[in-house]
Design a protein around this ligand. Structure first.
Ligand SMILES: CC(C)(COP(=O)(O)OP(=O)(O)OC[C@H]1O[C@@H](n2cnc3c(N)ncnc32)[C@H](O)[C@@H]1OP(=O)(O)O)[C@@H](O)C(=O)NCCC(=O)NCCS
Length: 407
């Protein structure tokens, strides 16, 4: 039986209960007062949604305003979706579906062309139109700075930051470089408060934070903390590392790999094209230990999102986009002359050459996947196979998209 679930914007007095519901659903203890004071700053109070049953809060989802860099350098307003949870005794009754519908309507009404999230499980969000648009790899690097090739870039200096410098310096460097790469997002003050500030000032974890200064000023930073103490090695876990270029990347990894007593440095969700193996004399010192989805992207306003990015030189291509959740996005789109526009409804006189659902469009949107691999694997279909190389050329991007911000 399908039951209609009433989704409401939560009152301020319920926000902590919503956070506790989320923490419990992902197997964490509720935040104490200090942690809540920091964590409560992540979302906007007027963007926390909930569903009640029997007088209790049983489901919630939050979002906050951010921005997403798209191929070509434009930046789109983005809803960062987080803290999604349904109480364990109310799952699989459609509560998440109701929340997602209400949230996407809210995001669209706010004029945010895209929404993005990080998924606890890969099988939850495709049905709501989210597709994997950036990925990251996990690496474990044997710690020894002499492992760098003699010709590897050696520019600038690395300086360790004092506790009170960490957030202001990192915030400025991140703001200066993160949106240069497709997939990059802006970090709000609330994000810094709920993550780095909390770790440094509230939880008072041991944190190693360093900034790289290159020829044009500060252009990268790394944050690391001790790895699992019960493990066989003294290791560092990198929790945040952004660099403007390969020189800054090399310098920061050189620094981390040279910290005394450290035997290995590990990091999750690093860019797929981070050139560690090219920098090391022994490329096998870098073990790739995982490869995960990072950005789950939802094109909320497909016409606006498609128009916002650049396209490579290609003859025109016609793509039918199917959106079962936000029907107004469905239609046939034409990409030609570096621009994209909707040219007709589905099933109308304009015959599409390629077809995809909106989640599969998101997989190509930032350049993570080529249309040809999506056609070959059945994510897209090609009524006109000759259009596939044209679509590849149109969607091609210079680099690999990556975000590097967890929320
Ligand atoms: C994931 C979660 C939010 C799903 O909520 P829910 O209310 O059970 O979802 P719905 O009932 O609306 O499910 C909608 C559909 O998605 C499917 N689905 C939901 N969660 C799923 C999962 N984890 N794996 C596979 N399918 C899932 C349902 O089976 C249903 O499919 P159907 O339409 O074919 O019947 C909930 O299980 C939860 O809170 N989990 C723990 C916390 C968590 O992982 N939060 C997400 C953080 S990113």
């Amino acid at each position: 039986m399908t039951v209609a679930h009433a989704v409401e914007q939560l009152e301020v007095g319920e926000l902590r209960a919503a956070h506790t519901l989320f923490a419990t659903a992902i197997g964490r203890p509720p935040a104490d007062d200090a942690a809540w004071a920091a964590s409560s700053r992540l979302g906007s109070p007027d963007r926390v949604l909930g569903v009640h049953a029997g007088g209790a809060l049983v489901a919630t989802a939050t979002s906050f305003a951010s921005e997403l860099a798209v191929p070509g350098g434009s930046v789109l307003p983005m809803a960062a979706v987080t803290r999604v949870a349904v109480r364990a005794d109310h799952t699989r009754r459609g509560l998440l579906t109701a929340l997602m519908r209400a949230q996407l309507d809210d995001v669209a009404a706010r004029g945010e062309a895209v929404a993005s999230l990080r998924a606890s499980e890969a099988r939850i969000y495709g049905r709501f139109g989210y597709g994997v648009a950036t990925r990251g790899r996990s690496v474990r690097v044997r710690a020894d700075p002499t492992l760098f090739r003699p010709g590897a870039p050696l520019v600038g200096t690395v300086r360790l930051l004092q506790r009170d410098e960490i957030v202001p310096v990192l915030r400025d460097v991140h703001a200066g470089i993160a949106l240069r790469r497709p997939g990059g997002i802006s970090r709000t003050d609330g994000w810094w408060a709920a993550t780095t500030t909390r770790r440094v000032e509230v939880d008072r974890e041991y944190v190693l934070a360093a900034v790289h200064t290159g020829p044009d000023g500060d252009d990268g930073f790394a944050v690391a903390r001790p790895g699992d103490a019960s493990g066989p090695e003294h290791s560092l876990d990198v929790t945040d590392l952004h660099a403007a270029d390969v020189g800054a990347t090399a310098a920061l990894w050189r620094f981390l790999l040279g910290v005394d007593l450290v035997e290995s440095v590990q990091a999750r969700l690093r860019p797929l094209d981070e050139p560690l193996e090219l920098l090391l004399a022994d490329p096998r010192a870098c073990a790739v230990t995982g490869n995960e989805d990072e950005t789950w992207l939802r094109l909320v306003d497909v016409p606006e999102a498609l128009a916002a990015r650049d396209y490579g030189a290609a003859d025109p291509v016609l793509i039918a986009v199917h959106d079962g959740f936000l029907e107004e996005n469905s239609g046939v789109y034409r990409i030609a002359g570096g621009a994209a526009e909707r040219v007709g409804p589905l099933g109308g006189p304009v015959r599409p050459e390629l077809e995809c659902t909106v989640d599969a469009l998101a997989m190509a949107y930032l350049g993570d996947r080529r249309p040809s691999e999506l056609v070959a694997s059945g994510w897209w279909t090609a009524p006109e196979p000759a259009a596939v190389p044209r679509a590849d050329a149109a969607f091609a991007t210079a680099g690999t998209p990556w975000c590097g911000t967890y929320f």
